[in-house]
Design a protein around this ligand. Structure first.
Ligand code: RIB
Length: 298
């Protein structure tokens, strides 16, 4: 069984569905409100577990009601929480999300997530040493992201860095990653370049292999030479929240099958994930991904 370690955030998502996004200073009426589990780290852990991987999460939750609910949900997905700290003096991370027309706007208050330390990452050393792949995002302190990259590199375990929310990163860190998985905006910010530049040109400027997500258009990937395109899979979009997390998880789970196959499966899994409400609501089981792939190959 593929073993995945995710180092990242755990949030409660406070999701409002509205007919459109409100402008600055404007009040509009929404039509639905839900409190659902989220956080890029937790989402990627759940998606990987549903795709059949053995998953452990390194992170932190608060000692509040959200924290208890979030831990309970992750345990129910068979995720190893040995390295998830429960911090009674901190609030759990939250994300205020508006969903309109299948798109979303997100404001994260990290809370306990900002207490994930490099030492905590080091404590998961044995787990990481046995992993097939490590996933890390940027809703935790950057020094803990760096610690994850350095540890994975030292142990020879591939680390996928999902650089979201986007920040400019030292090129030296990027050289430690097996793949970075930004969208166009994140890639430009990460490299300190212009987001309006052609995305293929931006990919060529990265000092490491890039898998670039392009929403409904699918993904582009480049190890060396020219970027290669993988088309997206057509679906009716209900809520795109968590699609990127599903993509990253699938990429990690299927990486041992080679990059082109892993990217194709990641596009299929991400497409399925947007068909239901909530970040984790639509994340598919392995059988659903296989069924979609079989359908598309006839
Ligand atoms: O990627 C989607 C996630 O981003 C949401 O679940 C939210 O919690 C934020 O972390």
């Amino acid at each position: 069984m593929t073993r995945i370690v995710v180092v990242g955030s755990i949030n409660m998502d406070l999701v409002t569905r509205a007919p459109r996004f409100a402008g600055p200073g404007e009040t509009i009426l929404g039509d639905r409100f839900l409190t659902v589990p989220g956080g890029k780290g937790a989402n990627q852990a759940v998606a990987a577990a549903r795709l059949g991987a053995e998953v452990a999460l390194v992170g932190a939750s608060g000692g509040d009601t959200f924290g208890r609910q979030l831990r309970h949900g992750l345990s129910a997905e068979r995720i190893d929480l040995t390295h998830v700290a429960q911090l009674d003096d901190y609030a759990s991370g939250t994300a205020s999300i508006t969903v309109a027309g299948g798109e979303n706007q997100i404001v994260v208050v990290p809370g306990a997530n900002m207490q994930v330390t490099p030492a905590q990452v080091e404590q998961a050393h044995t787990l990481i040493a046995c992993a097939d792949c490590v996933l890390v995002q940027m809703e935790i302190p950057l020094e803990s992201v760096e610690a994850t990259l350095r540890l994975g590199h030292r142990l020879g375990v591939p680390v996928i860095l999902n650089p979201a929310p986007a920040r400019k990163l030292p090129l030296e860190w990027l050289k430690l990653t097996r793949y970075v998985t930004p969208n166009q905006h994140e890639l430009a910010i990460m490299l300190g370049l212009d987001p309006n530049d052609d995305f293929r040109a931006l990919m060529q400027r990265a000092p490491c292999p890039v898998v670039l997500t392009r929403g409904a258009e699918g993904a582009w990937y480049r190890e060396q030479g020219e970027p290669i395109h993988q088309s997206g899979f057509r679906v009716d979009v209900v809520d795109s929240t968590g699609a990127g997390d599903t993509f990253n998880a699938a990429l990690a789970v299927f990486l041992h099958e080679g990059l082109p196959t892993a990217v194709r499966k990641a596009c299929a899994a991400a497409a399925l994930s947007v068909a239901k409400f909530g970040a984790q609501g639509g994340m598919p089981q392995l059988s659903e991904v296989e069924a979609l792939l079989a359908l598309q190959s006839v």
